[in-house]
Write a protein that binds this ligand. Structure first.
Ligand code: FES
Length: 162
């Protein structure tokens, strides 16, 4: 089937099997070497991407689900102003994800900050898709709350860039 979508800012029409996992599309069709399957599915969380701003496991998203949607990988997200907000939140709290889960956790933090989610239960539920045990849950909650404050402050200062 043909699927129209946007991946890392590129508007694409892809011809592929409708069930092909997004993680494989990123690797085989987009040449994203970082998008490898790390587990047999839903076990590690290291394949996380943003789909229309929401953090999702790319190994569990079939091709047909990205039709008309915008996919953002960490490779493009890392260069954005939004990532700078998250880096500031890490710095402010004094805690950082380890190198293995840095990309996935940062994308989930972005999804939570973008939605303005402050409820500890919701924050930890979203972050639980990454199984790496490198972070303390209390620190994760603080990072999201701090990130929301930093984002709001930036948007108030520069509304035209929000
Ligand atoms: S590759 Fe492990 S959860 Fe997707």
């Amino acid at each position: 089937m043909k699927i129209d979508c946007t991946i890392d800012g590129k508007t694409l029409t892809l011809s592929l099997n409708s069930d092909k996992p997004l993680s494989l599309i990123l690797r085989e069709n987009m040449g994203d070497d970082g998008a490898v399957n790390h587990c047999n599915g839903e076990m590690c969380g290291l394949c996380t991407v943003l789909v229309d701003g929401k953090a999702m496991l790319s190994c569990m998203v079939p091709a047909f689900e990205i039709r008309g949607k915008t996919v953002t990988t960490f490779d493009s997200f890392r260069r954005t102003r939004n990532m700078k907000d998250i880096e500031k939140a890490y710095e402010s709290v004094g805690r950082y994800p380890c190198t293995e889960c840095y990309a996935s956790r940062s994308l989930i933090f972005e999804s939570l900050i973008d939605e303005g989610i402050t409820d500890p239960g919701e924050i930890l539920k979203e972050l639980s898709i990454v199984r790496c045990p490198c972070m303390d849950p209390e620190d994760e909650i603080m990072i999201v709350r701090r990130g929301i404050e930093i984002r709001r402050k930036r948007n108030v200062q520069r509304p035209q860039l929000a």
